[in-house]
Write a protein that binds this ligand. Structure first.
Ligand SMILES: Nc1ncnc2c1ncn2[C@@H]1O[C@H](COP(=O)(O)OP(=O)(O)OP(=O)(O)O)[C@@H](O)[C@H]1O
Ligand SMILES: O=C(O)c1ccc[n+]([C@@H]2O[C@H](COP(=O)([O-])O)[C@@H](O)[C@H]2O)c1
Length: 194
């Protein structure tokens, strides 16, 4: 798998990582990326698809999720896709964010990193591999998510989820408006989630 599309360059710039299953990417992911760019003083947002899910969830093939992230990222200037987790495919800690962030720091020593997470993630961080290390390696930025406790200084993004989108597709329902149009067409062409 090729390295990140994410462009490099610049000293001391902070890049925000939005990690996720992206199974599939949806419009609330893009809202989170846009809000981060607009308010968090970062130069870029990198969508980072999980190579393997840390809690063992079954996911569509990595290549499809990367391609869907690329199609989604085309909607926003400053948003790129980072495939760095694939470079850790043989590492026992693949998929663990602490390991991914260590890898990103080694690869991009001039950058600082922020990690964007939705409010649904916060109650689960005690189950993460070394959340303490994650916090050392990245500034944590939390965005609100409807249905979860409000986050001071961040909006609640709408209650759109990949789970609901997969369920709708499986029932043969239309997901227009919930995923970027290019992603919707890709899902349809590839027959994903049916
Ligand atoms: N509607 C939303 N509002 C705010 N944050 C969100 C929203 N959807 C996803 N996120 C955040 O984006 C990141 C990646 O999310 P992920 O790819 O797991 O999407 P998801 O919709 O939660 O997926 P699934 O339903 O499969 O669990 C996580 O930090 C998650 O909290
Ligand atoms: O490092 C961990 O232990 C860990 C546990 C759960 C989730 N994460 C990361 O959090 C991000 C969002 O995860 P998810 O389950 O909402 O798709 C994604 O980048 C995952 O790799 C990381």
């Amino acid at each position: 798998m090729a390295g990140p599309d994410a462009s490099g360059g610049g000293t001391g710039r902070e890049v925000a990582i939005l990690g996720g299953s992206f199974n599939p990417p949806h419009v609330a992911h893009l809202m989170a990326a846009w809000w981060t760019l607009a308010t968090q003083g970062v130069s870029e947002v990198w969508l980072l698809p999980s190579f393997r899910h840390p809690f063992g969830k079954a996911l569509a093939p990595f290549e499809d999720r990367v391609e869907m992230c690329r199609l989604a990222a085309r909607e926003l200037r400053g948003v790129h896709v980072c495939t760095a987790e694939a470079e850790l495919a043989d590492d026992p800690l693949v998929g663990k964010t602490a390991r991914t962030l260590e890898h990103l720091h080694a690869k991009h020593p001039a950058y600082r990193f922020a990690l964007v997470v939705g409010a649904d993630i916060l109650p689960d961080t005690d189950k993460w591999y070394r959340w303490d290390r994650v916090r050392e390696l990245a500034r944590i930025v939390v965005v609100g998510r409807e249905g979860y406790p409000p986050v001071p200084g961040a909006p609640d993004l709408p209650a759109i989820s990949s789970t609901e989108i997969r369920a709708r597709i499986a029932r043969g329902e239309d997901v227009r408006g919930l995923v970027p149009e290019r992603v919707r067409r890709y899902v349809e062409e590839k027959g994903l989630y049916r």
